[in-house]
Write a protein that binds this ligand. Structure first.
Ligand SMILES: [Zn+2]
Length: 317
């Protein structure tokens, strides 16, 4: 192909017209004598559009921390490194939940892996402030929420005529559609997050109200407390940045949000795992323990253990 093809203004204009309504009018109707060349241009323009989304600072969102203040190739240094907890806690949980994974089902590991994906997405976004990074950051949260719902929602909350694998397939289908829609219209992602996040919070609150295990109740309340403080940090960074940057000179509240939401989220997930086991496998006597020592209830990492283990595991998820 010669470069001359790209320089013919008539069909370039024509094909730009196509790109905006969504390519459904198709090339041959208006660009018949340029059919092949128009296709080349469309591919070129689309490539250009896609690569633009990867570019640093292509996102419309910019947090309070000053850009490129510490390293010349990292947009928001502290907002990037504060995702470290997402790479430390989930691998520990994968080890601690080994018995749970064998006896109840390996789906639990998917949630821990997706928590790491949240950390990866967030680190990429704050490192580059690119649109693709923003999407990865937001969509990873949606994926972990939908995985938690699909895996841990007790059967009593699902219509009895729907078997679990069908319910999980529906959640997978919905999440895939939501992810595609969020790329087309990023604001939709907040709506999808609410559609999973609010019921999940309601479920946790309801279960904690009737929970008879003081350890689970304490962990659930701590998760709610970390989430609340984290959310306040997020809002302060977003809406009162000028005060934190110019008056207090501490524009790092979004970093605190990362740490707090990571701790709050994994604690909430441990509670969901516990409630699922209580409903679906009560004969295995699920209980909460802490690592590295069971007496470290304040600083230890909580996990679910099964006191009565079946010789032949029955996978429930
Ligand atoms: Zn962030």
């Amino acid at each position: 192909m010669s470069v001359e093809y790209y320089r013919q203004p008539d069909f370039v204009v024509c094909c730009f017209d196509f790109l905006i309504p969504g390519l459904n009018a198709l090339i041959p109707l208006f660009c018949q004598h340029f059919k092949l060349h128009a296709l080349v241009v469309i591919v070129t323009v689309m490539n250009q559009k896609i690569w633009n989304e990867f570019r640093p600072l292509s996102s419309e969102i910019d947090w309070c921390e000053s850009n490129y203040a510490i390293l010349s190739n990292v947009a928001e240094f502290w907002n990037t490194v504060s995702n470290l907890f997402f790479f430390v806690i989930p691998p520990i949980l994968i080890c601690l939940f080994r018995q749970y994974s064998c006896q109840i089902g390996p789906g639990v590991n998917l949630v821990w892996i997706l928590l790491m994906v949240v950390g990866i997405g967030s680190a990429i976004f704050h490192c580059t402030l690119s649109f693709v990074g923003q999407m990865l950051d937001e969509l990873a949260i949606l994926w972990v929420c939908s995985a938690a719902v699909a895996i841990w929602l007790p059967s009593r909350y699902i219509c009895k005529y729907i078997v679990r694998w069908k319910f999980q397939s529906f959640i997978l289908f919905f999440t895939t559609l939501a992810s595609i829609a969020a790329f087309i219209e990023p604001r939709l992602n907040q709506f999808f997050l609410f559609s999973f996040g609010v019921p999940a919070l309601g479920f946790l609150a309801q279960e904690l109200r009737t929970c008879t295990c003081p350890r689970v109740y304490t962990v659930g309340m701590k998760a709610a407390a970390w989430w609340t403080i984290g959310f306040l940090c997020w809002c302060s960074d977003r809406f009162f940045c000028h005060i934190w940057r110019d008056v207090i000179r501490f524009p790092y509240l979004h970093s605190a949000w990362h740490v707090l939401v990571c701790i709050g989220s994994y604690m909430a997930c441990v509670c969901y795992a516990y409630f699922f086991a209580v409903y679906e496998a009560p004969e295995q006597a699920p209980a909460l323990k802490f690592w590295p020592h069971d007496s470290h209830t304040w600083f230890g990492i909580p996990y679910v253990t099964l006191k009565m283990v079946r010789s032949k595991p029955v996978k429930l998820m």
